[in-house]
Design a protein around this ligand. Sequence first.
Ligand SMILES: NC(=O)c1ccc[n+]([C@@H]2O[C@H](COP(=O)([O-])OP(=O)(O)OC[C@H]3O[C@@H](n4cnc5c(N)ncnc54)[C@H](OP(=O)(O)O)[C@@H]3O)[C@@H](O)[C@H]2O)c1
Length: 332
Amino acid sequence: MRLAIIGFGFLGRNLLKAIWEKISLLRRIDKDFLVVGVANSKGYIYDRNGLNIEQLIISSDLTKHSGFRAKSAIDLIKENLCDIIVEATPTNIRDGEPGLTHIRLALSKGIHVVTSNKGPLVLAFRELMSLAEKNDCFLLYEGTVAGAIPIFSLVKECLQGDRIIRLFGILNGTTNYILSRMFFEEISFEIALKEAQEKGIAERDPSYDVDGIDAACKVVILANALMGRDVKINDVERTGIRGITQEAISLAKKANYTIKLIGTIDKRLEVSPRLVPINHPLCVHGTLNAIHIETDLAREMTLVGYGAGKETVSAILNDIITVLKKRLQATS
Ligand SMILES: NC(=O)c1ccc[n+]([C@@H]2O[C@H](COP(=O)([O-])OP(=O)(O)OC[C@H]3O[C@@H](n4cnc5c(N)ncnc54)[C@H](OP(=O)(O)O)[C@@H]3O)[C@@H](O)[C@H]2O)c1
């Protein structure tokens, strides 16, 4: 299997490191596994015999590598130079680009796709899943929701006979960090946000996180992927955390509650600040994410883990391994 990484930023580079660390595991599963291409916004490098991963880890500036082509990643995909791509370009929920074009093109050519990019899935989940099915290839997206938490794999592999009644949880680490600091340090939203920005946890323009847009994207993907829905971001009722005061948090604390930004998927689709009892398994702090699942048979369970950061590579690598194993099963 020939893999190309489209988007060689924070996750793309950490993924390549993880691939190098796990190369013998990957080659035990597929002895022909190779990383043949890496692309960023400036161009790509490609070698049909496999790129020198060690060199790429030392120097991630693609323009410095021999064979660099100042061409679009679209050309790399178009020329059928790989069997699987990891799409890790920036999330864009206005038109899904550039990821949507990369994913559509790859799937239409029968190239498997693993992605951490929410934009294309938020905008075109059903279309992309049908395209994958039509062309007999996989589209896996574990890294798009709650980072390293294997929510999709768990539900699809381990709860196959269960009916999912409800999913709810903390789906955004930045807002959880801000609310945790407000709870423990008794500081205002503004001070907690400033601190998060100084630590690089929140963006300079924090609206995507604090207004609940990021969490709403994850609600859409969870609803479409795990509850058979066909919903869009405008179907999610959304309230962010800008209106949460220290007084509200203190009052909640006195009654043994805290306030968390919760995404809910049942008949409703909602992102809003909610009171959570401090002894509830969802009550996790800092940048952690947590997802509570209610089903007819297993009843209730909670998954807790890192919602972003380099731990997300675990989810991407697992998706790659799933594709390798399933493809081998299909051909043997
Ligand atoms: N970071 C996390 O913790 C995390 C967790 C879960 C999901 N995600 C999602 O995963 C994706 C990647 O995240 P990241 O943090 O790695 O982002 P990042 O550091 O901003 O990297 C994005 C990469 O995409 C490249 N790129 C941009 N436009 C391109 C194009 N037209 N063709 C090819 N490459 C292009 C960029 O190129 P240049 O290097 O030339 O700028 C960069 O290498 C995003 O969608 C993000 O939302 C991230």
